[in-house]
Write a protein that binds this ligand. Sequence first.
Ligand code: KE4
Length: 430
Amino acid sequence: MTTISNNDTLFARAQNTTPGGVNSPVRAFRSVGGTPRFISRAEGPYFWDADDKRYIDYIGSWGPAIVGHAHPEVVQAVQAAAARGLSFGAPTLGEVEMAEEICRLVPSLEQVRLVSSGTEATMSALRLARGATGRDKIVKFEGCYHGHADSLLVKAGSGLLTFGNPTSAGVPEDFVKHTLVLDYNDVAQLEEAFANFGDEIACVIVEPVAGNMNLIKADPAFLQAARDLCTANGALLIFDEVMCGFRVALGGAQALYGITPDLTALGKVIGGGLPVAAFGGSAQLMSHMAPLGAVYQAGTLSGNPVAVAAGMTTLRLIQEPGFYERLGATAQRLAQGLTAAARDAGVQFCADAVGGMFGLYFSATPPHNYAEMMAGDRERFNAFFHAMLDEGVYFAPAAFEAGFVSAQHTDAVIDETIAAAGRVFKKLAA
Ligand code: KE4
């Protein structure tokens, strides 16, 4: 007799008033099956579900919870800001301080515009690239996700250099006919695209460390080729660092790779769990944005003072001495420990990590592109996911997502995870 959990009850109830019972599709567990856990509270590396079962959390709200959940200093800053009013629709000191801090930490940025989601940040950066260059075509890569703006909901066209097809109903063919979708890490395709359309391409948008087809690292030569081809053809290079920004290094992937994009999109960590995202670049490029220029973009809650308080406190905490060294060591400890546990159990598995984000792969080697990621053993991932959930460890509920650690994932927490995985891998091998 299976017991009905509070998660089951809540999930059934939620589906009456919200499509799929969730406010973002990945939360519905449709990729892994089963009942999503409704989270009641979180603290440090943990959160608790509607049955008050504790989990070690490795999604961290998909990146924002980098200092750990409910960090006392973040909570205190939010409470103090809220007591001064929630939103004004007028400029505030906090927004100025946040823009200055982001530009100080990411040298390629002379100016930024704050928005409320990563989707807004990338959508606005694309519009700016098109407005500044007067060109329509954009290049993206299979497996990179940049939010749900129409011209980015695109999968590769039938032929290599044919333009994209919508990945979502409701997106007219016309809205994606200027979007070229290439293979990630494929320099030859990028060179051919520019040979064919160079003077029509407004921008190349890329996740410099991809986290939406599991974790896939860009080859340095691939990013350098994108940089060089954009420069040579008068196109703009956009780094979508909504996920990897302030996650893989203090200055983001652009600091790690030493490659300077023309525009950058940021999100997640800079909001510390509240809705703050941003896009920016040179003052010259940003001068195209309304009210100075002709590229329009706006937002009622852009730069919201309570959200900015959470983000600024988080940005201060991640600058503590040794923060990224410890975060990187934590993710490496997890990746190496899981790999060893799988090997001891005789299960084909590998893992990788960059800064505070990691990838888990049921394949012999980490993937280099979307097709290789899709060739992984999805069934085995799903069995692993649920067995770990039963052990009180919550990994991303989809084989194509990355994972995240926080400053509160101590060695003891990582070792508890590895021990649980050892038991699970043995079961999988049986
Ligand atoms: P949002 O609009 O969800 O704030 O950001 C969109 C976005 C843009 N760029 C990158 C590189 C992103 O990873 C995202 C959003 N990431 C997903 C994680 N796969 C958010 C989780 C979700 O969709 O619920």
